[in-house]
Design a protein around this ligand. Structure first.
Ligand SMILES: Cc1cc2nc3c(=O)[nH]c(=O)nc-3n(C[C@H](O)[C@H](O)[C@H](O)COP(=O)(O)OP(=O)(O)OC[C@H]3O[C@@H](n4cnc5c(N)ncnc54)[C@H](O)[C@@H]3O)c2cc1C
Length: 401
């Protein structure tokens, strides 16, 4: 791409890169992979990432400008196909990866040639993910992994998984974990669908039987898995709840649409709509403020505010939508067929009755609302922490079911 960057401000730089990108790659006719690759090379994937790694080293606040301008011309966007790649894997690889790992993984992640999933939760470890039991044992230059993960979104379309495994059972739980990038097509990886309330199987259970991972696919140091996982989790909360949409768009737009089309409206429903509109606007402005303060890397506790508020609000808005629809709100829109979607949409994008059912997961996925309240109580309000009896005991000595 020719550099026409005779610019004075960061915003000018972004605008100039956008102009060049669109001049050379017609968004209407360029295949998605090619367009996204060119966008990455122009530093417009994530403007806060370093130059050469999809970014321009600028404030993440300028990302909104890129997204708005590219949406306005209907440019290819595959983010829904790789929600975990974009929201969690990219910042985790950036923060903890080696130069080789960053150069290897970020570009195909952004073009969606390689989709990612997150292998944290287990049947016996969800909220208490640090208590997980999947084992990785070193064997020369490789690690041998055995165990089971669960609720793994898009594992069935993924090339790579973000895996946290126990490498030392004889130290307290947070200290015995190591973080790996696992090839989802390696021998011994078995992905089985789990059907949700919507009828679909967006997520899966994943079994590991003697799966071999090269040590070069380890992210950060042996035993540093919890630190790396924290980067993933903090970014996950922002990815789920921290998006900044235009005023009156997103879920509240759906409620407004149904309200406008409805013949028999009551003043109680109007009051409820106004309450939800105000709450949506407050959440939107809070997310804008949080985004303006954010720098590249690991977000702070504002991610937990966004996650908590966004999840509860989505649920309330879609409850209101099906209430407004009356009897038709109780009818499922399709034949409730079992599908394995190739994208995960946390909110909206489908019939409101489908989204109403999907929204029930919002206060569980990415950490439950109870856990978000615990985090905010302890880390933001400075309230006393929960009693943690297993904090200083070796993981192997802690009883588990
Ligand atoms: C749609 C969806 C997609 C998901 N995708 C993924 C994924 O891609 N990868 C992945 O690894 N995981 C994924 N998950 C799993 C998710 O992260 C866990 O379900 C979540 O962390 C809760 O864990 P759990 O289900 O084991 O419930 P538990 O931890 O057993 O919790 C059960 C209940 O107890 C409450 N509770 C637990 N501990 C406390 C506490 N200390 N204080 C107060 N209340 C508490 C919880 O809030 C909850 O109500 C997904 C979940 C859903 C619903």
């Amino acid at each position: 791409m020719p550099l026409t960057d005779t610019v004075t401000t960061d915003e000018d730089l972004v605008r100039s890169r956008l102009r060049d990108l669109l001049a050379e790659h017609d968004p209407a006719s360029t295949p998605a992979v090619e367009f996204l690759g060119a966008r990455f090379d122009a530093g417009l994937a994530w403007v806060s990432f370093p130059v050469g790694l999809g970014g321009l080293g600028l404030s993440p606040d300028l990302q909104g400008l890129v997204e708005r301008e590219l949406r306005a011309v209907d440019a290819p966007n595959e983010a829904d196909r790789n929600v975990i790649g974009y929201g969690m894997a990219a910042p985790t690889v950036l923060t903890h990866g080696t130069e080789e790992q960053r150069a290897r993984y970020l570009r195909p992640l952004f073009t969606c040639e390689e989709v990612w999933c997150q292998l944290f939760s287990e049947p016996g470890a969800g909220s208490d993910v640090a208590g997980l039991a999947t084992r990785a044992v070193r064997d020369g230059d490789e690690w041998v992994v055995n165990g089971q993960k669960v609720w793994t979104t898009l594992a069935h379309t993924s090339s790579w998984g973000l895996l946290v495994a126990r490498t030392d059972p004889d130290v307290p739980k947070h200290r015995g974990l190591t973080y790996f990038i696992v090839d989802m097509h390696a021998p011994g990886v078995d992905v089985r669908p789990l059907r949700q309330i919507t009828g679909e199987a967006e997520f899966n259970e994943v079994f590991f039987t003697d799966v071999r991972i090269p040590d070069s696919n380890r992210l950060d140091a042996v035993g540093a898995g919890w630190r790396v996982a924290t980067t993933t989790l903090m970014n996950e909360r922002v990815a789920i709840g921290g998006g900044v949409v235009a005023r009156s768009s997103g879920p509240i737009h759906e409620a407004l649409r149904i309200w406008k089309d409805k013949a028999d409206k009551t003043s109680t429903q109007r009051d409820r709509l106004m309450e939800l509109w105000v709450e949506s606007e407050v959440a939107r402005l809070t997310n804008m403020r949080a985004r303006a303060l954010r720098t590249a890397g690991t977000p702070g506790p504002e991610g937990s505010v966004a996650k908590l508020v966004g999840a509860e609000l989505n649920k309330h808005v879609y409850e209101f939508c099906v209430d407004l629809m009356g009897m038709t709100g109780t009818l499922f829109p399709t034949h409730y067929e079992m599908r394995r979607p190739d994208r995960a949409v946390f909110s909206g994008g489908a019939d409101p009755r489908h989204t109403f059912l999907r929204s029930r997961a919002n206060s569980i996925e990415g950490g439950t609302s109870e856990i978000m309240r615990n985090i905010l109580g302890e880390r933001v309000l400075g309230l006393p922490g929960e009693p943690r009896m297993d904090k200083d005991r070796a993981w192997s000595e802690v009883p588990r079911s």
